[in-house]
Design a protein around this ligand. Structure first.
Ligand code: FAD
Ligand code: FES
Length: 279
C-alpha cells in the first residue's frame, strides 16, 4: 500500500494575482492534478502551508470560499523569506500547497444567525472566505454586518469585493481608517476599529461576532464586545502563532495543551479565557 507523506505538497499553479495594497497580494491557485480541483474541500477559516521551491513554506489562510469550486486563493503580506520569494513569482508559475489544516469557523453554528464580521488588515483574509460562503448560501444566514479597518485608505483590502458585498440585500459594509489615514475623498469612518465598534454599539440579540486582525485590535475589540454584553461563546476569533508542521506534530505552535494549528486557529473568546495566562 502506498503511504502518503503528510509533508509532501501538492502542486498548484498561479492563475491570477491581484495587488490589494502596496505590500499585500492575492493569488488565485489551481491544483495541477485535475482530480483535486473538485475533490479538494475545506472550511472557511482553515489554512495551508504554501511553499516556494528551494526557499521554504509559509502559512496563509485560504481566502476564498469552498463554495467557489476549481480554485483556492490566498492573500499574503510581504514579511520575510518566503513571502519575498512569492512576490517574485508570476502568473503561470508553480508553488506547493499542503492542507487544509486547522478547525475553521463553526459555520453550522452560525447558520440562521445575524453576523457581525470585524476585520483588520490581513485579518480580513479568513473573513473573505466566510463572507463569500455566507453570500453563496444566503438563505442560511441572517443579516451580515462587515466592519473593515486599515491604517490608511490605501491599506484597505478587497476594495472591489467590499463594494459588491455592500450592494447585496441584508449586507452592510462599514469601513474605517486610522486617524490621519483618510484622504479628502474618503466617505467612510475615521477611527480605530474598537472605537468605531464602541460608537456603533451593536446589540447582542443572538448575533455571532467574528473578529480577525492584529492581536492588539482583537484584544480591544473583545473588551468592547464584552462591555456591550456579547457572550464570550458567541464571539469568535482566530489566533496566529509560529508554525512548522501545521499538523499537531512538531510542538511549535502550542499554548499549554492547546495546539493552535490543530485545535485552532479559530477559538471563541470563552476558549481564549481558558488558555494559560502567560502566552
Ligand atoms: C494560522 C495562520 C494563518 C495565517 N494567515 C496569513 C494570511 O492569510 N496572510 C498572511 O500574509 N499571513 C498569514 N499568516 C502569517 C504568515 O504565516 C507569516 O507572516 C509568514 O510566516 C511570513 O513568511 P515569511 O517566510 O515571508 O516570513 P519570515 O521570514 O518567516 O518571518 C518574517 C517575520 O515575521 C515573523 N513571523 C513569522 N511568522 C509569524 C507568525 N505566525 N506570527 C508572528 N510573527 C511571525 C518572524 O519571526 C519574522 O520576524 C498566518 C499565520 C498563521 C499562523
Ligand atoms: S505547527 Fe507543528 S504542532 Fe502546530
Amino acid at each position: 500500500m502506498k503511504v502518503r507523506n503528510d509533508y509532501l505538497p501538492d502542486l498548484v499553479r498561479i492563475v491570477a494575482m491581484t495587488d490589494e495594497t502596496v505590500d499585500l497580494r492575492t493569488l488565485r491557485l489551481v491544483f495541477e492534478d485535475p482530480s483535486l480541483r473538485d475533490r479538494f474541500s475545506f472550511l472557511p477559516g482553515q489554512f495551508g502551508q504554501y511553499s516556494v521551491f528551494g526557499v521554504g513554506e509559509a502559512v496563509f489562510t485560504i481566502a476564498s470560499s469552498p463554495t467557489r469550486k476549481g480554485y483556492i486563493e490566498c492573500s499574503f503580506k510581504l514579511m520575510g523569506k518566503v513571502t519575498t520569494a512569492l512576490r517574485d513569482l508570476e502568473v503561470g508559475d508553480l508553488i506547493g500547497f499542503r492542507g487544509p489544516y486547522g478547525n475553521g469557523f463553526p459555520v453550522e453554528t452560525l447558520k440562521g444567525r445575524d453576523l457581525l464580521i470585524i476585520g483588520g488588515g490581513v485579518g480580513m483574509a479568513p473573513l473573505k472566505s466566510l463572507i463569500e460562503f455566507c453570500l453563496d448560501n444566503r438563505r442560511d444566514f441572517g443579516e451580515v454586518t462587515i466592519l473593515n479597518g486599515a491604517r490608511t485608505v490605501a491599506d484597505l483590502l478587497y476594495k472591489k469585493e467590499m463594494e459588491e458585498w455592500g450592494q447585496q440585500e441584508g449586507v452592510r459594509v462599514i469601513q474605517t481608517v486610522d486617524p490621519g489615514g483618510e484622504t479628502p475623498e474618503w466617505r467612510g469612518k475615521v477611527g480605530l476599529i474598537p472605537n468605531v465598534l464602541n460608537e456603533l454599539a451593536p446589540k447582542p440579540d443572538g448575533k455571532f461576532v467574528v473578529v480577525c486582525g492584529p492581536p492588539i485590535m482583537i484584544k480591544f475589540s473583545l473588551q468592547v464586545l464584552d462591555r456591550l454584553g456579547f457572550s464570550p461563546d458567541r464571539v469568535i476569533t482566530t489566533m496566529e502563532n509560529k508554525m512548522k508542521c501545521g499538523l499537531g506534530k512538531c510542538g511549535r505552535c502550542n499554548i499549554g495543551p492547546v495546539y493552535v494549528c490543530k485545535d485552532g486557529p479559530v477559538f471563541t473568546a470563552a476558549d481564549l479565557a481558558r488558555l494559560p495566562r502567560d502566552y
